[in-house]
Design a protein around this ligand. Structure first.
Ligand SMILES: [Zn+2]
Ligand SMILES: [Zn+2]
Ligand SMILES: [Zn+2]
Length: 97
């Protein structure tokens, strides 16, 4: 029986955040959202009532979720930011770190 080898990079590395461009083994850089024309600071993991490390983006307590994380809540209405809510989220503004 023949054998095949496959590279494991996809399996053994965390995905890279397209915003902060870091591997998602920890939280994102500080960021704000432009919502209905105003800037709002993103809600950190922990400040949203989540306990422990984020299961979706690996943000630890006190770190920012990566934009697109399904646990991050909207700083305006408290609903899931990538879900359905009445806010018009148009931009992510990232701190230079
Ligand atoms: Zn990020
Ligand atoms: Zn997260
Ligand atoms: Zn909202």
């Amino acid at each position: 029986m023949g054998r095949k080898t496959k590279k494991t990079t996809e399996t053994f590395h965390f995905a890279t955040c397209k915003y902060c461009e870091r591997e998602m083994d920890r939280g994102c850089v500080k960021h704000w959202y432009l919502i209905d024309g105003k800037e709002y600071e993103a809600i950190k993991n922990g400040d949203d009532g989540n306990k422990g490390t984020c299961h979706d983006c690996n943000a630890r307590q006190g770190e920012y979720h990566h934009p697109g994380c399904d646990m991050e809540i909207c700083p305006v209405c408290g609903e899931q930011i990538i879900g359905f809510h009445d806010c018009d989220v148009t931009e992510v503004i990232l701190a230079n770190e």
